[in-house]
Design a protein around this ligand. Structure first.
Ligand code: BTN
Length: 243
């Protein structure tokens, strides 16, 4: 039985924005989905190209009760679940680009943006936004200013959005309670196994973006350790890999 509720919109600026605005009417595990976003947003104020061609634009709402909740690793949990769907149902080999981009053959097909709302110095709710390029035109892909792709272009067929959503949400909620209890430890090995960049030289947006660092490992809290050219270890908590 499904333990989540879907609110389906035809069009909105951004499902994350909608969810944050309507938090008082939304419950824990509600999901807002829109066919189209007119101002889809990405991490670090970037834009998320969101035309109405049967892609996934959704936001999951969480209202954690427990004091111990793995807030910072929720996006990484979703990235692992998404990889499993792509591997098990679409025979693809996705890679995770820290912290939570999903790439296929080096091209980004999905992004995750988690936003929070605080009340009385406590996190009142988390809005976990997910965009997946399921059925993009080559023209929209060309308008994205980084290497991107879409499942229909990779697999050469139209992707059934409802089928994809069902698989994704069922898998997510099957494992969600265990993830909440065990935190990043529950997914660490699975996460690392898909991190193709470990051992490579990378640029990091939150450090000196002109310098190459060596990506060393993923820590128990989901952060990334890199070394600079003096072999100094640096723990990276936020930012993006520029590879
Ligand atoms: C990124 O890679 O920068 C994150 C992109 C997140 C896009 C999704 S689409 C649904 C939700 N609503 C938004 O406005 N953004 C997220």
């Amino acid at each position: 039985m499904k333990n989540y509720k879907i609110i389906h919109l035809e069009e909105t600026e951004s499902t994350n924005k909608y969810a944050l605005k309507h938090l008082s009417q939304l419950c824990d595990k509600d999901i807002v989905i829109s066919d189209k976003q007119t101002a889809g947003r990405g991490r670090f104020d970037r834009k998320w190209v969101s035309g109405g061609t049967e892609n996934i634009y959704l936001s999951m709402i969480f209202k954690p009760e427990s004091e111990v909740y793995p807030y910072t690793n929720l996006t990484q949990f979703l990235s692992v679940i998404l990889c499993r769907v792509l591997e098990e149902h679409y025979a693809l080999q996705p890679a995770i680009k820290w912290p939570n981009d999903i790439l296929i053959n080096g091209a980004k097909i999905s992004g995750i943006l988690c936003e929070g709302s605080n009340k009385d110095n406590k996190i009142e709710a988390l809005v976990l936004g997910l965009g997946v390029n399921l059925n993009m035109t080559q023209e929209s892909i060309n308008s994205i200013n980084q290497k991107a792709s879409s499942l229909n272009l990779i697999l050469n067929k139209k992707i059934d959005r409802n089928e994809f959503l069902d698989k994704l949400l069922n898998k997510f909620f099957q494992e969600y309670e265990t993830f909440i209890k065990e935190g990043f430890a529950f997914i660490k090995d699975e996460y690392i196994k898909r991190c193709g960049f470990l051992g490579e030289n990378v640029k990091i947006s939150s450090l000196n973006a002109d310098i190459l660092y060596k990506a060393e490992n993923i820590n128990n809290d989901g952060s990334l350790t890199v070394t600079d050219n003096n072999n100094k270890q640096i723990k990276v908590i936020t930012g993006d890999l520029i590879c």
